[in-house]
Write a protein that binds this ligand. Structure first.
Ligand code: DX5
Ligand code: ZN
Length: 213
């Protein structure tokens, strides 16, 4: 089954409640929550306070939190308390990925790691047993609305060949046109910011992804 995870970054923030309610009504239950710290990426976004508010208002919404920040270990407990279901950190910033993943597990969340386009997927191999979720970036993290990098599909095939059976999500420039290619490469989760929330008809996008399965 291919899961769609719209990215909050592209939602109309002045009408966030309506945006999430609309998403749930379209049968989409997972919200991708991008956290940016202005250090690891040159942009600032949302923190645990907003995560908690979304969780409080929509307890049935699954929160897929993507930490684009330095020292993400310091925020594990805060996001656990804020209702995050999956917590994904960037491999590039971790000095001891195994112990960071163990902390996420102990805090009761699903464990994720992400790699930027320039980071080889081979570096994830030592952690596959600890991971529920791998997030392959198909743009340089930091901003929505960038162009999808098809050369990253190789990483997905490599990870499936290595035996990884957990979730593989793809993030950055994913849209209705390239979704089938991403799914064919072996990903089972599509993060979509612009292509979902800014679509003329998000319900149609949700249906198209549902039919890919
Ligand atoms: C990029 C973020 C993405 C972003 C995706 O750094 O991690 O989740 O919101 O947006 P689109 O789908 O517009 O590329
Ligand atoms: Zn993201």
């Amino acid at each position: 089954m291919i899961k769609l995870a719209p990215s909050l970054l592209a939602a109309d923030l002045m009408h966030l409640g309506d945006e999430i309610a609309g998403m749930m009504k379209n049968g989409v239950k997972t919200l991708h929550f991008d956290v940016m710290d202005a250090h690891f990426v040159p942009n600032l976004s949302f923190g645990p306070g907003l995560c908690q508010a979304v969780h409080g208002a929509f307890p049935e919404c699954t929160l897929d939190v993507h930490l684009m920040m330095d020292q993400p270990e310091a925020y594990i407990d805060a996001f656990a308390k804020a209702g995050a279901n999956t917590l994904t950190m960037h491999l590039e910033v971790l000095s001891d990925p195994a112990s960071a993943l163990e902390k996420i597990r102990k805090a009761g969340m699903r464990c994720g790691l992400s790699v930027k386009p320039g980071t080889p997927a081979e570096l994830l191999l030592p952690y596959l047993d600890q991971l529920d979720h791998i997030l392959i970036m198909t743009v340089e993290p930091g901003f929505g609305g960038q162009k999808f990098m098809p050369d990253q599909m190789e990483k997905i095939r490599f990870l499936r060949q290595a035996g990884f059976s957990g979730d593989i999500a793809v993030d950055g420039g994913v849209n209705a046109e390239n979704a089938a290619m991403v799914a064919d490469a072996g990903a089972n989760m599509l993060v979509m910011g612009t292509a979902y929330f800014k679509a003329d008809d998000p319900a149609k996008v949700a249906k198209l992804i549902e039919e890919l399965s």
